[in-house]
Ligand binder design. Structure first.
Ligand code: FAD
Length: 402
């Protein structure tokens, strides 16, 4: 495509949108991002830019910044209701959730914004309300009534994307996984250390407390919840349900209840995946969670968002026709997305015992798996060369001339 004449509009200023904008600008395109919120949304827990997102971060020149503001978490401990450690997975354990490139979501959003804002037009408090495309362009109507034309429009506005609905009539399927989550930030107390602490309660509940680099603690509360009941929950029901589920969970659950009762901000949603049969329709397309959210259970939301953004920009730069770029991108990306979205059998349900005996068994198993002997065996299968790493990452990234 003739880069300097191609204006591309992106909806969503989180991870996927700004990463796409960064690479599109590098390839010479003109980019505008609209974001529904009045400013960057900096909430969220620790996330990691792992696997193939790591070289992309390196090529963007942000790898060191990510490491510098990292969460300083040293690993994860499984604890019982008396806070006794049943198992510990240090950061270098193959099964630890603590990644070398662990960072608070808001810090990563800030870094991406700082690296794009000079060359990309950002418009906050704005969303797309109508899209009409023809052979030459897309006419976009914004929420403030303004109209503009672009050559391409890409939705990067997350799992609940409204732009996706405008583009595809929401033919994509949100597949609920039977699990709800609440995220909130709570005051740090003396029981908090540099370890993340994972507590399994009976009645299919898990509480995770993780240190952050801001002097507070990031709490996540997960519990199994049936699909039919989940669909009926309004925000008032959600809060009531949370308080009720926390009430007899034990351990440090009352810290979350206190924060909720004080009216602290929290995020609540059902955990699910987006499985979209099409990612493109004419000049319209989508990336990141809007197109293929893998769910937090995979730990790969950021990775997919960054890889998808990098590849889409690269394919647009090397094809004359956007149709060929979209097709080529999808050929590279779809098998990778499908492999990431494939959850191991029994996940999430096996991790959520209903009885106290089930909890004791799962803690015992965690203790065995965290042993030095198991770690040694698992390390034998770790990649030792760059080529192995590519295989492990599940996708090879073209360099697109850089
Ligand atoms: C506030 C917030 C907190 C999160 N916390 C966590 C977390 O703790 N753990 C975790 O694993 N994942 C979390 N996520 C999701 C995580 O960011 C994504 O899974 C992943 O990074 C992929 O990012 P994305 O850019 O595709 O989508 P998202 O990160 O979901 O970003 C979508 C962006 O689009 C904006 N947007 C939404 N609708 C519109 C619209 N109609 N027009 C314009 N803009 C719109 C949103 O405000 C947001 O900035 C969070 C997302 C958000 C928005």
């Amino acid at each position: 495509m003739t880069q300097e004449k191609t204006r591309i509009l992106i909806s969503g200023a989180s991870i996927a949108g700004p990463t796409l904008a960064y690479w599109l600008h590098k390839h010479g395109f003109k980019v505008t991002i609209v974001e529904k919120a009045p400013s960057l949304r900096l909430g969220g827990q620790s996330i990691d830019a792992s696997g193939p997102a790591r070289p992309i971060a390196r090529w963007m020149g942000i790898e060191d910044e990510i490491r510098a503001v990292g969460s300083n978490e040293v690993g994860i401990q499984w604890v019982d209701r008396h806070n006794r450690v049943a198992a510990a997975f240090a950061g270098d354990h193959p099964l630890s959730i603590t990644d070398e490139m662990e960072i608070l979501r808001g810090d990563l959003v800030n870094i991406l914004y700082e690296h794009t804002r000079q060359n990309v037009t950002y418009r906050f408090n704005t969303q797309i309300s109508q899209l009409e495309q023809n052979d030459e362009q897309v006419r976009v109507t914004f929420s403030d009534g303004q109209q503009e034309t672009y050559e391409l429009v890409i939705a990067a506005d997350g799992i609940r994307s409204k732009t996706r609905k405008l583009m595809f009539n929401d033919e994509s399927v949100f597949k609920y996984l039977g699990l709800c989550v609440a995220y909130l930030t709570i005051p740090r107390t003396e029981t908090d250390t540099s370890w993340a602490r994972w507590y399994t309660a009976n009645k299919s509940r898990i509480l995770l407390l993780r240190p952050d680099s801001k002097g507070t603690t990031r709490a996540s509360f997960f519990f199994l919840y049936p699909p039919a009941a989940f669909e009926k929950l309004d925000p008032h029901d959600q809060k009531q349900l949370l308080v009720q589920k926390l009430s007899d969970a034990g351990w440090e659950a009352s810290r979350l209840t206190e924060a909720l009762e004080k009216g602290e901000e929290y995020y609540f949603d059902g955990i699910g995946q987006i499985k979209a049969p099409h990612w493109f329709r004419g000049r319209l397309g989508m990336i990141g969670d809007a197109a293929y959210c893998p769910s937090p259970l995979t730990g790969k939301g950021v990775t997919l968002a960054m890889v998808g953004a990098y590849l889409l920009a690269g394919e647009l730069s090397r094809h004359e026709r956007y149709q060929d770029a979209f097709a080529s991108y999808e050929k590279l990306m779809r098998p990778y997305v499908e492999s990431v979205q494939r959850l191991p059998p029994g996940v999430p349900h096996l991790l959520y015992p209903t009885t106290a005996t089930g909890v004791a068994i799962i803690n015992k198993l965690a203790g065995l798996i965290s042993s030095k002997a198991v770690k040694k065996v698992m390390n034998r299968f770790r990649p030792s060369t760059v080529q192995d790493e590519n295989q492990l990452n599940g996708i090879e990234l073209p360099r697109y001339g850089f």
